[in-house]
Design a protein around this ligand. Structure first.
Ligand code: APR
Length: 176
């Protein structure tokens, strides 16, 4: 039997280059592109992605929507909107967990086997990286324990600090 720990991988790199079924975009409520992951995904996917995003008619914080990928090597882009960090008392933890859960629900609905997440909210939205890593890892594990799909989740960090926080969060859950 495949262990849950075998279904999660943490890597350092550029999410747009991954050949997975779905990449998750850390978008905004519009969602018509921006900097960070969002900018990288739109640059790599080309202008048709922006056209499709216009038809989405926005996305609420904590929710997720799915589009095609156009020029990206993946098959789907799941756009989710993380919370802007405001000190931790405005439901940020709940909303961040919701981003992971809603994205995974969309993945399951679209029979997506492999999905890659960036560290949602930890860039422009300033969510503390260590706290975000704990929420990301525990929400993903909970979902994988209850669902067959997706089969594999890749957590992509852009820098060493995020990578270490994700590794630490994972080992705290599996080692105790
Ligand atoms: N691949 C993987 N990770 C990346 C990449 C990339 N190509 N580019 C940036 N990152 C990392 C950042 O280092 C950060 O840890 O993704 C994390 C999320 O950062 P942001 O992209 O800034 O996302 P977020 O904090 O959720 O802010 C969203 O930024 O660009 C705008 O339109 C976007 O308004 C929205 C806001």
């Amino acid at each position: 039997m495949v262990q849950i720990s075998d279904k999660i991988r943490i890597i350092q790199g550029d999410i747009v280059k991954l050949e997975v079924d779905a990449v998750v975009n850390a978008a905004n409520t519009t969602p018509l592109g921006g900097g960070g992951v969002d900018g990288a995904i739109h640059r790599a996917a080309g202008p048709e992605l922006l056209e499709e995003c216009r038809d989405l008619k926005g996305c609420v914080t904590g929710e997720a929507k799915i589009t095609k990928v156009y020029l990206l090597p993946a098959k789907w882009v799941i756009h989710t909107v993380g919370p802007i960090w405001q000190g931790g008392q405005k439901g940020e933890d709940y909303l961040l967990a919701s981003c992971y859960r809603k994205s995974l629900e969309l993945a399951r609905e679209h029979i997506i086997k492999t999905i890659a997440f960036p560290a949602i909210s930890t860039g422009a939205y300033n969510f503390p990286s260590k706290r975000a890593a704990g929420i990301a890892v525990s929400e993903i594990i909970k979902f994988l324990q209850e669902n067959e799909l997706p089969e594999r989740v890749i957590l992509v960090s852009f820098n060493k600090e995020t990578y270490q926080h994700l590794q630490q969060a994972l080992s705290e859950i599996f080692v105790g």
